[in-house]
Design a protein around this ligand. Structure first.
Ligand code: NAP
Length: 282
């Protein structure tokens, strides 16, 4: 069994981005990422801080817009509009979910598709569907990068994704399909979940429930990717997979923390670099 080291792979990706950023800066372009955080959700604050740290590491300019939870929809959209029009900002991300009363979808749709480094805008989602895209969503693309780094071939494999959110489950299924996996996407209405997951060569858990995937749900020799970020009964960070009991059945497994999370941020850096290139025709 191999524990996939997401930290190591993400460090390699960020090194590569840093070196390409140096070249871009030499050509007069410093990639800029704007991060919008509304309200004071502690988990969102941690994610935003990690994204800022990664920007510093690779040499981007990052600008944070921390707005109070009382911000109105109009104020938020006005900020997005201003950022859409700024030449020094190449990528815009708004940390989701937004506080109650604000509309996630309206903000996603307001961000220019050219600066949509999360790849959540419907124009970018549609382009992913047909395999003609500039940006891929950070978490699924980070997972694919991790599979490639460990020479895990998807072609012809039975791939099962638990979860069908727009940001993880659905695009994950699509990326596995693009690489010729045979894909099943499961959700809360799925019947006989255990029978389906127990046939998976590659199992991706994106549910948001601590230790949901137990050893009896996993095939001997499977590759298990854990997207979940939960707190267990002791308040400790844990994934959607019961790691301790599942790991010995797997050929490869990602830990939480140190698996998918760092790859998500590394992909965000790749997308922002690409956005800067595209906007400057470089
Ligand atoms: P989400 O929008 O809440 O979606 C959860 C999905 O799980 C839904 O499709 C839901 O089905 C399904 N589900 C819930 N209970 C189930 C059950 N008993 N059986 C089968 N399926 C079930 O969550 P998300 O945004 O995709 O995130 C999932 C997890 O990944 C969370 O823990 C989140 O924090 C984490 N995450 C981590 C990263 C990272 O970088 N590491 C990035 C994003 C998210 P229905 O659609 O039928 O309700």
């Amino acid at each position: 069994m191999v524990i996939i080291d997401g930290k190591k792979v993400s460090a390699q990706v960020k090194e590569q981005v840093a070196s390409e950023t140096k070249e871009l800066i030499a050509q007069g372009v410093t990639p800029g990422l704007a991060v919008i955080l509304v309200g004071d959700d502690p988990a969102s604050r941690v994610y935003v801080n990690n994204k800022k740290k990664a920007c510093e590491f690779v040499g981007f300019k990052s600008e944070e817009f921390a707005l109070p939870a009382t911000t109105t929809q109009e104020e938020l959209l006005a900020l997005v509009d201003e950022l859409n029009n700024r030449k020094d900002i190449n990528g815009i991300l708004c940390q989701l979910p937004l506080p109650k009363g604000l509309d996630d979808n309206a903000v996603i749709e307001a961000i220019s598709p050219l600066k949509d480094v999360d790849a959540f805008h419907k124009q970018n989602v549609g382009r992913i569907m047909i395999g003609d895209y500039d940006f891929l969503p950070c978490t699924p693309a980070g997972i694919m990068e991790m599979l490639h780094a460990y020479d895990i071939d998807v072609d012809g494999k039975n791939c099962v994704v638990i979860g069908r959110s727009n940001i993880v489950g659905k695009p994950m299924g699509m990326l596995l399909l693009h690489e010729n996996g045979t894909v099943t996407i499961c959700h809360s209405h799925t019947k006989n979940l255990k029978e389906i997951t127990a046939n998976a060569d590659i199992l991706v858990a994106a549910i948001g429930r601590a230790k949901f995937v137990t050893a009896d749900m996993v095939k001997e020799g499977a590759v298990v990717i854990d997207v979940g970020m939960n707190r267990d009964e002791n308040g400790k960070l844990c994934g959607d997979v019961d790691f301790e009991n599942v790991k010995d059945k797997c050929s490869y497994i990602t830990p939480v923390p140190g698996g998918v999370g760092p790859m998500t941020i590394a992909t965000l850096m790749k997308n922002t670099l690409k956005a800067a290139r595209l906007q400057n025709n470089l």
